[in-house]
Design a protein around this ligand. Structure first.
Ligand SMILES: Cc1cc2nc3c(=O)[nH]c(=O)nc-3n(C[C@H](O)[C@H](O)[C@H](O)COP(=O)(O)O)c2cc1C
Length: 203
């Protein structure tokens, strides 16, 4: 493991990054997976804080730094689990809701990322894009420490009650994603279509 000290003096940002030398950047990008099943042990909080610090070093037009990260404690997590169960009872029935309760209660780490509304739809889209980039920085850094992330945009993330639970400002912001993190119990396989299917060379 290599230790790199980064100091961005103009921004009062100082951190020590542990880099896994065995993973090159292409390996990191290709090997990262959405993790659906986590072990129950919790990753160190300092690492999560570092991932959030690094998440913010993404492009953001007009330097809006639009993201907010709500790092959920036990009380808020339980309230979100309850909310999700209430919603699921309505749509999928009590049995399915209880199955979800169990799996959600086992998720080790919870972060909600929000972006601001903007009366200018272009600016709002740009801010959303930056928040997505930030989420990916967060996920990639944690992956370099063998910690997985799942980004969910399920119905609970669109319910205003979620924002109330986390203390977000309903008029100001909306949820971009609910992120779960933790050590993977299982790493799924994925593939991608050939690049040639989507690459259009424009003369
Ligand atoms: C905006 C967004 C929302 C997502 N929401 C969900 C979700 O609600 N449920 C889910 O299982 N996966 C969700 N995912 C994860 C995708 O299913 C996953 O990225 C995809 O299957 C590709 O797998 P990979 O991330 O391992 O490459 C979401 C991903 C993104 C970018």
């Amino acid at each position: 493991m290599r230790i790199v000290n980064l100091v961005f003096d103009s921004l009062l940002f100082e951190c020590t990054i542990l880099i896994m030398p065995e993973m090159s950047l292409p390996e990191l990008l290709v090997s990262r997976r959405t993790i659906h099943q986590f072990r129950t042990d919790h990753p160190p909080e300092e690492l999560i804080e570092q991932a959030l610090e690094l998440a913010r070093w993404v492009p953001n037009h007009k330097k809006t730094e639009p993201w907010r990260f709500y790092w959920l404690g036990a009380e808020a997590r339980q309230a979100v689990v309850d909310l999700n169960c209430e919603m699921l009872v309505e749509t999928k029935g009590a049995k399915r809701a209880e199955e979800k309760r169990k799996s959600w209660e086992e998720k080790p780490g919870w972060i909600v990322v929000t972006a601001p509304y903007n009366e200018d739809p272009v600016r709002q889209q740009e801010d959303y894009a930056s928040c997505c980039c930030a989420i990916h920085n967060f996920a990639l850094f944690l992956w370099s420490h063998e910690i997985g992330v799942k980004w969910t945009s399920g119905p609970v993330t669109r319910d205003p009650q979620l924002l109330k639970i986390i203390g977000a400002e309903l008029e100001r912001e909306y949820c971009v994603g609910l992120l779960w993190y933790g050590y993977p119990e299982m790493i799924p396989q994925q593939n991608r279509q050939p690049l040639s299917d989507v690459l259009i060379r424009v003369p």
